[in-house]
Ligand binder design. Structure first.
Ligand code: ZN
Length: 314
């Protein structure tokens, strides 16, 4: 295997690049710049990177089958129409808590899974276990699946949809659950990969992730400068891809054959010294020659009732 990492979109993110989603229909890469509140859409056809900036954190983006995108704005899941720039707030979670929505993705039945995380105070500390994991069902209702999450992050499902993988970055663990696709329920929680296990030599915090056609996880190691391919059954590292930044945040497969791995990273609050060493922080990278590939990420299959729901600002 001769993996190659190239800079695809140089320094397009000023804060935390995250949430990459390859839209095979339009040959675009969707991603967010969370703290900046920006949604990006890069076209593989034209090479242009469009962006739209909201007035609060935007941490996830998934296209809807029936048009537009699901995005998060702060603690709300919203529908966004890029053409009209109209935003419809669908649901707000974590009422009364100092949290925000973080990573999110749809399962194979088209329900959106998303979690929340606590905010850091001025000293860079955060309250533990205040976040939760939710789903937005295709009928538009929201269900809470788990509490006591600190930094809700990456999500992935096995090809048979019987296992869901989920990262809480703070305890540095990739969890596995038995998954029931039709009911959308989780059971039998266990640790698949423990970044605290010193024998594994995994650096940094597990952040966003994706899964390849062989059921191996690709996890961005925030503060680890790598994306690692992990075997969720043995917990072993199979491949390690170095990126030219310390804080990769997430990755997704895409491109014509789904064998390109798009990698986002953070430029947010980088110390001067780190910025000097990693001037490409905030870029989107593309890794090729990985010897594997992914599959199209599911879309949201629900109906957005455009008549109801309060409009947010445009
Ligand atoms: Zn993340």
């Amino acid at each position: 295997m001769s993996a190659k990492v190239e800079t695809l979109i140089e320094c397009s993110c000023v804060s935390v690049g995250e949430g990459p989603h390859w839209d095979g229909e339009s040959h675009t890469l969707l991603y967010v710049d969370i703290i900046d509140g920006s949604l990006h859409r890069w076209s593989a056809t034209t090479g242009l990177d469009e962006k739209h900036t909201f007035d609060t954190f935007c941490s996830l983006v998934v296209p809807c089958r029936k048009g537009g995108y699901l995005i998060s704005l702060g603690k709300s899941i919203c529908h966004f129409d890029w053409d009209t720039k109209k935003v419809i707030i669908l649901h707000t979670v974590d009422e009364g808590l100092d949290t925000r929505i973080n990573d999110g993705k749809c399962d194979a039945s088209g329900r959106l899974w998303f979690g929340t995380m606590t905010m850091q105070n001025a000293q860079g500390e955060r309250e533990l276990y205040k976040g939760s994991l939710y789903s937005l069902e295709v009928d538009g209702t929201v269900r809470k699946h788990k509490g006591e999450i600190t930094v809700s992050n990456g999500l992935a499902w096995s090809a048979d949809n019987r296992t869901m993988y989920y990262i809480d970055s703070h305890p540095r663990k990739v969890f596995a659950y038995d998954f029931d696709l039709s009911s959308g329920t989780l059971s039998n929680a266990r640790v698949a990969i423990d970044f605290d296990d010193e024998t594994k030599q995994l650096e940094g915090f597990p952040d966003g992730m994706t899964i390849d056609v062989n059921g191996k996880l690709w996890v961005a190691c925030f503060h680890g400068g790598k994306v690692v391919q992990l075997d969720p059954v043995t917990g072993n590292t199979i491949t390690s891809i170095e990126v030219p930044v310390n804080r990769p945040t997430s990755c997704c497969f895409g491109g014509t054959n789904y064998d390109d791995l798009f990698i986002t990273c953070s430029r947010y609050s980088l110390p001067e010294e780190e910025l000097k060493q990693t001037p490409l922080a905030g870029s989107v990278f593309r890794a090729t020659g990985l010897g594997t590939k992914g599959t199209p990420a599911p879309l949201y299959e629900g109906i957005i009732n455009k008549a109801s729901g309060p409009d947010c600002r445009i």
